[in-house]
Design a protein around this ligand. Structure first.
Ligand SMILES: [Fe+2]
Ligand SMILES: [Fe+2]
Length: 170
């Protein structure tokens, strides 16, 4: 498969994936609660922005090109991860004894999800075979990423908006 140009949509989304993997790795190696919490906040912010980029711009553009089942799975996996992001974000007092474990479970969810998107017949591979204007989508993604990241750095990460699930209260 030919690699895309440096600023096409898939290249940018893959860069986000590598960044998330790097942050999780840093979290694993971090010592001290302050450092871990700072990294966890960075992870939550980066993933929240990334999910929105895919859900608002990239996935809708893939409709008709990528198998519907594949996109549906993407949306549901995002929602499952958003629940874990919200849990991690809620640990403001830093007293959740499951904090490290939750970040680790989120990492596993994301690693799985990245494989689905980047796999041999995954969303990205199917999108690349189609007739999408990946350059134009890349420009949209880059602009939106800048805007969302600035907003969330200033105001904090918002409550997740679930697309495929009703929130359950137990
Ligand atoms: Fe992604
Ligand atoms: Fe995704």
């Amino acid at each position: 498969m030919a690699e895309g140009k440096s600023n096409d949509a898939i290249t940018l989304l893959k860069q986000d994936h590598r960044e998330a993997e790097k942050l999780f790795k840093q979290f694993e190696e971090a010592k001290g609660d302050g450092r871990k919490e700072k990294l966890a906040r960075q992870i939550c912010l980066a993933l929240t922005v990334h999910f929105q980029l895919e859900e608002q711009i990239f996935y809708p553009a893939c409709e008709g090109t990528v198998d519907e089942d594949e996109l549906k799975e993407g949306y549901v996996e995002h929602d499952a991860a958003k629940l874990m992001v919200a849990e991690i974000e809620a640990n403001e007092a830093g007293d959740d004894e499951y904090f490290d474990t939750k970040v680790h479970v989120l990492q596993e969810e994301i690693e799985h999800h990245i494989k689905e998107e980047e796999g041999p017949n995954g969303i990205f591979a199917q999108a690349r075979k189609g007739k999408l204007d990946l350059e134009n989508l890349g420009e949209q993604l880059a602009a939106r990423k800048k805007e969302l990241t600035t907003n969330y750095k200033a105001d904090g990460v918002p409550e997740p908006e679930l697309k495929t699930m009703d929130e359950v209260s137990i």
